[in-house]
Structure formats: structure tokens, C-alpha cells
Ligand binder design. Structure first.
Ligand SMILES: Nc1ncnc2c1ncn2[C@@H]1O[C@H](COP(=O)(O)OP(=O)(O)OP(=O)(O)O)[C@@H](O)[C@H]1O
Ligand SMILES: [Mg+2]
Length: 382
């Protein structure tokens, strides 16, 4: 943000104070005062409309919505916006970023105090929102049994060593991750989240903490409960997860249904999983046509060939030709290690990182970490 103009909104119901702020900012061009909102209940609407970088809120706002409530509402609605609480010495206010107060400005103040604080808050929030960069990765295959759940869990654990990771159990009917990790049926799931506005604390209450260190948002414990999760719910939860985690890894069921499409649409990257199996290759080729019709750019898609050493007479080049895309990653078979790890609910990337199968998954993780850093579309594996 350095060097850029900062967009400021003022929520103030005392006209003299608003015009004082305006006059102090008149002599400079680094901060642009967008508007003055004179009532707390219109603040969030104006933030959405005017997209300020920083909002000054009078702590002593009269009316239905208090200054503190305005600050909290803004933080929930748009965590990238910085909030400065304006107050008088007789009404001390504490800085509390969680509650939406990034800084406190006490009256009286000079033009220098005002511009310095606005710039500081604007720049801090800009850095924070850049850090809030996240990568949402959906593992997909229209054919079942190709290894999505196994790869999703191991990939998430591999990334979890250095990043904040949430694994989403997107196999909403059968909750594959519950099965894999032997999670008790009473453990809460995505259906336990509120359907209107979801807060970070709601998610903290619901997420399953895996011993590996990653958080897992589980699918419901019973098949029929999947119907309780709407596509709108999925969109909302993913947008919150983006703000809280660096990586959101999503396991899906073998289908191209509405729920899976939301997980695909919301993804920065779709990892298509296949094996050397004519049915898997055929269905993925059909899905590729659908993706093209939807308008997914090629940079949104990458392919993992699982069990790559079991070619079954197929040639890799032929498979790539059928798919119309290169195979980006290969993960070999290791029936014994996968079986024993999956049966214990453990990640082989953690228990046996040197094994060739783990090395394959770790290469995918490395590439994703690089992509997060640069947000470059090209995946490099070879
Ligand atoms: N690289 C591998 N080497 C050996 N076995 C594997 C490998 N990947 C997956 N498996 C095994 O293949 C089976 C299917 O794996 P997994 O359940 O992860 O696939 P899926 O695509 O999620 O299947 P579903 O359609 O049931 O959701 C499991 O028994 C798993 O242990
Ligand atoms: Mg599965």
C-alpha cells in the first residue's frame, strides 16, 4: 500500500467532528475521505459499497448501533478493512483487533496524529490481508476408488508441517475422512455450523483437530444428513476458511454433482486424480470437456496419476493425449504402507516420509507451497 492513496470512511454523528477530520485531511493527498456516515446502522452497507481501506468510528455514536458494534460488524463483514476508534479521554477504549479495533485515536488530535495513524492502520491491514493469501485445492475424480481420500489426507498433513491447513471432508454422504480417521460419530460436522453468518469461533468449535496438527471440517455422520448442506452453506464456509487458513484441501465424492461443482468452482486449483484404469481415464476425459464448457482455465487444473507404477499396459503419453493435458504429478503404489497407515488412521507422509509413495505426495505439497508463495499458475514438478 506504500505510496498508494488510502480510502477512508468516517462513521460520525457529530457534524463538527466530521468536518474537523475533513479539514485536517484537506492539505494532503495520501488519504482520500470518501464519505461520512452519520448512523451506525448504515456503516456496514457503506463499507460494502465504498470499499474503504480504513474506517474511523466514533466510539460514542448515538442511536441503535454503538461504535463498538459497528467495529465488530465491519471486522466480520470485511476483515481486510482497518478500523480506528475515535474517542475522548473520559471514555477510554482499548485496542482489540479481535473485536475490530485496530487503533484508538483520542481527541484532541492534530492533523499529523490523524494521518500517521490512518497510514499505519491501512498499511498493517494491507500486509495482513496479503498474508491471508490462501490456496484452495480440490481433489477430484468422477471415478471412485482412485485414491482421492488417501491423497487428500496425506497432502494436507504434508502441508501442515509448515502451514495452517484445513482439510474439508467434501464426501458429504459417506464422510470418507470420518472413516479413515476413526472419528467418533458424535464429532460435530459442517451441519453444526450456523446457516446465516459463520464466525471464526463457530468453526473452532466444529473443526476436528487431528493429532497431525491439521484441522478437519468433517462431513455429517449419516448419509441422509448430506441433504442438509446447501451449496450456499458450502460457499460461505469456504470463504471463511480462506481467511483463516493458508491451505484448504478438499476431498470430494466421485461425481460431478452440484455439491462437487461448488467445491470445484471455489477452488484455486483442481487436482484431478486418476489411475491407469480405462474407466478412470474415460470419465476424466468426459469431465475435462465439461470443465472446458464451464470455462475453467487450464491453469486451474492439474493431474495426479496415482499408482503410477501399475501401468496395466497403458502408456503415459497415450493417457496424456486422451486427457488433452500433461500429467503433473505421479504417486506410486504401496499397498502395504497405505493399508497399514489407513487402517491406523495415520499419514504415511509423516510415519514414513522416505518411502517413494510419500516422496510423490511431498512433491505435490512442495509445488503447492511454491504456488501459494508466488500465486503463479504454472505448476512445476519435473
Ligand atoms: N498409491 C496407492 N498405493 C496403494 N494403495 C492405494 C494407493 N492410493 C489409494 N490406495 C488404496 O485404494 C483404495 C481407494 O483409496 P481411497 O479411498 O483413498 O480412494 P477414493 O478415490 O477416495 O475412493 P472413494 O471413491 O471410495 O471415495 C484404498 O483401499 C486405498 O488404501
Ligand atoms: Mg474417498
Amino acid at each position: 500500500m506504500a505510496g498508494e492513496q488510502i480510502r477512508l470512511l468516517v462513521v460520525e454523528d457529530v457534524p463538527q467532528v466530521a468536518s474537523h477530520v475533513r479539514s485536517l485531511l484537506q492539505a494532503q493527498s495520501q488519504i482520500k475521505m470518501l464519505d461520512v456516515v452519520t448512523s451506525g446502522d448504515r456503516a456496514v452497507g457503506s463499507v460494502a459499497e465504498l470499499r474503504p481501506d480504513v474506517v474511523i468510528v466514533d466510539a460514542l455514536l448515538q442511536g441503535r448501533v454503538s461504535g463498538q458494534q459497528v467495529a465488530e460488524q465491519i471486522r466480520r463483514a470485511d476483515p481486510q478493512v482497518g478500523v480506528i476508534m475515535l474517542t475522548v479521554p473520559q471514555n477510554p477504549v482499548r485496542e482489540d483487533t479481535e473485536r475490530g479495533i485496530d487503533a484508538v485515536l483520542k481527541m484532541p488530535f492534530t492533523g499529523f496524529d490523524l494521518t500517521t495513524l490512518i497510514r499505519k492502520v491501512g498499511e498493517t491491514r494491507a500486509v495482513e490481508s496479503a498474508r491471508a493469501g490462501s490456496l484452495v485445492v480440490t481433489l477430484f475424480s468422477p471415478k471412485g476408488g482412485v485414491g482421492r481420500t488417501t491423497l487428500a489426507y496425506n497432502l494436507a498433513v504434508a502441508l501442515g508441517k509448515e502451514h495452517r491447513v484445513c482439510l474439508v471432508d467434501g464426501s458429504l454422504q459417506f464422510s470418507d475422512l470420518r472413516g479413515l480417521l476413526r472419528v467418533p460419530a458424535v464429532a460435530p460436522s459442517i451441519v453444526n455450523l450456523p446457516t446465516d453468518r459463520i464466525k471464526e469461533s463457530d468453526l473452532t468449535d466444529v473443526a476436528w483437530r487431528d493429532p497431525s496438527g491439521i484441522d478437519i471440517l468433517l462431513a455429517p455422520p449419516r448419509v441422509e444428513m448430506a441433504e442438509m448442506v446447501t451449496t450456499r452453506d458450502i460457499e460461505k464456509v469456504l470463504s471463511l476458511l480462506r481467511q483463516l487458513y493458508e491451505f484448504v484441501i478438499i476431498d470430494t465424492r466421485a461425481a460431478l454433482s452440484d455439491d462437487v461443482l461448488v467445491f470445484l468452482d471455489s477452488a484455486d486449483l483442481i487436482l484431478q486424480v486418476l489411475t491407469y484404469d480405462s474407466m478412470a481415464i474415460r470419465s476424466l476425459t468426459m469431465a475435462a470437456e465439461t470443465f472446458k464448457a464451464i470455462g475453467y482455465p487450464p491453469s486451474k487444473l492439474a493431474t495426479i496419476l496415482n499408482r503410477s507404477d501399475a501401468s496395466g499396459g497403458f502408456d503415459k503419453a497415450d493417457v496424456e493425449q486422451a486427457l488433452g493435458a500433461a500429467i503433473d504429478f505421479e504417486v506410486v503404489s504401496d499397498g502395504r504402507l497405505v493399508l497399514s497407515s489407513n487402517n491406523e488412521g495415520l499419514a504415511f507422509v509423516a510415519s514414513n516420509p522416505e518411502a517413494p509413495i510419500s516422496q510423490g505426495v511431498l512433491r505435490v505439497a512442495e509445488s503447492l507451497a511454491t504456488q501459494l508463495k508466488g500465486r503463479t499458475p504454472a505448476l512445476v514438478n519435473r
